[in-house]
Design a binder for this molecule. Structure first.
Ligand code: ZN
Length: 132
């Protein structure tokens, strides 16, 4: 059973974490935009479902397809990280930052220092084989 968080973590410098997370969000957004602007056909990097359609059209163009798949993997990686960062910012807003999304326990400070966008405690992350 998840326990309800007691309130914003008093032992964390939440303003500092917000600054780190906003920085990270800006960095990820810029990288996503960079990938998008490299896309000469325009627009296909916007939605993942469109990307897979696009792949089928590109199937006979070996090298370009390879690059596109790499771009796609990078894009998905960046998008996933951005989602994590935005979720962490939401948790800062609603006072649940620093609490595990799964079990509700406090996430230790040392972990948040390394992964400010961690949403789970180490134990839950291990059990779910998620880094966050
Ligand atoms: Zn947990």
């Amino acid at each position: 059973m998840a326990t309800a968080p007691a309130g914003p973590r008093a032992d964390l410098d939440l303003n500092e974490y917000r600054r780190l997370l906003e920085e990270e969000r800006n960095r990820l957004t810029a990288e996503l935009e960079a990938i998008h602007s490299q896309d000469e056909t325009g627009g296909t990097a916007g939605e993942l479902s469109e990307l897979s359609d696009y792949d089928q059209h590109m199937a006979d163009q070996g090298t370009e397809l390879f690059l596109r798949e790499q771009d796609q993997a990078i894009y998905i990686g960046l998008k996933t990280s951005l989602d994590q960062v935005e979720e962490a910012l939401r948790k800062l807003d609603n006072g649940t930052y620093g609490y595990c999304d799964r079990c509700g326990m406090e996430i230790i400070k040392e972990r948040l220092e390394v992964l400010p966008f961690a949403l789970y405690c180490i134990r839950c992350a291990d059990e779910m084989e998620s880094r966050f």
